[in-house]
Design a protein around this ligand. Structure first.
Ligand code: GRF
Length: 200
């Protein structure tokens, strides 16, 4: 993956809800744990996403771009033009609950990341924590991967494991996975902005 020649990489973060991974990225940029980076924009497809206020509190520009009954491609075109207008280099999906159109992926090929709460390729799609519990898995975790046309199926960059306890509920397991998500995502983005090695 190449992130262009400018020394400061501009991140565009897409959310649909709570935005805790977005906050983890913002705090890591602020603390210089993601070197050579700034967050150019946080875009939500949901006007009531709690993450919007969290971004604004941190002085980050936010934008709501609702689907509004439009075709996916048209919605995505508006998002891509907002990202391009802000010279975004790297797109981070952080709880963004929509598949991307081919044109969006082509516009940022190998420069779109997603975080998913399972050890991909196991348990892609919705309710990954419940899927892991229902399967009787002993271990699950989280993964950061490049986004392609498949559902959570693009090349995996890094993963972290989380043990499943016999008394785990979806809530308790999700909370433990989330702690690891908040560590892993900034490390992967830092690796990409600094040209280093994937985190172990
Ligand atoms: C996270 O579990 C992430 O892995 C998944 O959606 C959830 C988003 O949480 N893709 P948040 O909005 O970052 O708090």
């Amino acid at each position: 993956m190449t992130l262009g020649t400018a020394s400061i990489k501009r991140l565009g973060i897409l959310i649909s809800g709570r935005g805790s991974n977005m906050v983890a990225l913002a705090e890591a940029v602020q603390a210089d744990r993601i070197p050579n980076a700034e967050i150019a924009i946080v875009i939500s497809d949901q006007p009531n996403a709690a993450g919007l206020a969290k971004a604004q509190e941190r002085g980050i520009e936010t934008l709501v771009i609702e689907r509004g009954g439009r075709a996916r491609a048209e919605h995505d075109r508006e998002i891509v033009s907002a990202l391009k207008a802000r010279a975004v280099d790297l797109v981070c999906l952080a709880g963004y609950m929509r598949m991307l159109s081919r044109d969006f992926i082509d516009a940022y090929r190998e420069r779109i990341l997603n975080i998913h709460p399972s050890l991909l390729p196991s348990f892609p799609g919705l309710d990954a924590q419940r899927q892991a519990l229902d399967a009787g898995a002993k271990v699950t975790g989280c993964s950061v991967h490049f986004v392609d046309e498949t559902l959570d199926g693009g090349p995996i960059i890094a993963r972290r494991t989380v043990p499943i306890n016999p008394d785990d509920t979806v809530e308790s397991l999700s909370a433990r996975i989330l702690i690891e998500e908040h560590k892993l995502y900034p490390k992967v983005v830092a690796m990409l902005t600094s040209g280093g090695e994937p985190p172990s």
